[in-house]
Design a protein around this ligand. Structure first.
Ligand SMILES: Nc1ncnc2c1ncn2[C@@H]1O[C@H](COP(=O)(O)OP(=O)(O)OP(=O)(O)O)[C@@H](O)[C@H]1O
Length: 293
């Protein structure tokens, strides 16, 4: 591979504490071109990890390299490669969309002669060009999210870090947003954290799971499903003995039309003869990897 085609982001033994809280325990990760979906419970450490990969937070120990170079030593050279969309971002109320993007372009060090062209380009990508004179407080949640991605795209970054980009969007806006992300993801490293499992299914080809400050690379999602194939069951809860229930991962409980509690579990073997084998979902897969916690 030629050096200019190389895109390797490596997180090695990274740890980050806030006072006495260990936010990221010992993270190891290797990312190359592709879209990675990052799943994890609230407080698992996703935002902290993403902030460190974006070079906004410095790890207490361990290192993060891009193509073999320490990202913190790379400084502006690395920041020019990164597009970061935080969970929430604010904007001066005097700024309209256009002013805000021009301001961010300046902060990113984009040449003044290139700013108008780049701002128009990202506005077109996220379909905000017609309302570019609207002020931040006039924008809907979906528009704000699109503005968030537009600012991340300024400077044509090779690495896109998107922290819960579809949170709070209605289903239609979410579908629209996913299509924007898949259009712009080509030939980039894209890391997306989300609690919306369908985002992962539709957007990413690799699954990462973060749990209590550690991260596991589950790999290709389709392949990962082999881990639970033939192990997901639905059965009447009353027919399960307490021991089987304790040794299973409980994915879901629902009440059927006859008023019986039907439990969905992951278990190596058929738990009771009446249990039905069902297809695993991404939610089952996630619970399998975090042990049903
Ligand atoms: N600035 C901070 N000061 C103190 N503690 C923090 C700070 N930022 C994060 N933490 C703590 O670090 C842990 C990891 O938080 P983080 O925001 O990285 O998790 P997360 O997986 O992104 O959560 P969520 O899904 O809720 O956004 C949590 O226990 C959190 O309370």
């Amino acid at each position: 591979m030629q050096e200019r085609d190389r895109m390797e982001l490596k997180v090695s033994n990274v740890r980050k504490m806030y006072n006495k809280t260990v936010a990221v325990k010992n993270a190891n990760l290797y990312l190359e071109r592709g879209i990675y979906g990052l799943l994890g419970a609230n407080g698992a450490g996703k935002t902290t990890l993403m902030s460190m990969i974006s070079s906004l937070e410095i790890p207490d120990s361990g290192c993060i390299t891009y193509n073999g170079k320490n990202i913190f030593a790379m400084g502006d050279e690395y920041r020019a490669l990164i597009g970061y969309m935080p969970q929430d971002f604010g904007c001066y109320k005097e700024f309209c969309i256009l002013d805000f993007l021009k301001y961010i372009a300046l902060l990113k060090g984009i040449k003044k002669s290139h700013i108008d062209k780049q701002v128009n380009h990202v506005l077109n990508l996220v379909n905000l060009q017609k309302c570019n004179s609207k002020y931040f407080n006039e924008l809907s949640g979906g528009m704000r999210k699109r503005l968030g991605i537009a600012q991340a795209l300024l400077g044509e970054p090779q690495i896109l870090i998107l922290d819960e980009p579809t949170a709070g969007l209605d289903p239609k806006e979410r579908v629209r947003f996913r299509s924007i992300i898949s259009d712009i993801a080509i030939d980039k490293i894209v890391l997306i954290s989300t609690h919306i499992l369908s985002d992962i299914e539709y957007l990413s080809n690799r699954l990462l799971i973060m749990d209590s400050g550690t991260i596991e690379d589950i790999g290709q999602i389709e392949q990962a499903f082999t881990n639970i194939r033939g192990k997901v069951w639905e059965c009447n809860k009353n027919e399960l003995n307490a021991n089987t229930l304790r040794n299973s991962i409980v994915c879901n409980t629902k009440v059927n039309n006859e008023g019986q509690q039907i439990v969905r579990i992951i278990n190596e073997a058929q738990p009771v003869p009446s249990a039905t084998s069902v297809c695993g979902t991404l939610e089952d897969l996630y619970l399998y990897f975090v042990g049903g916690k």
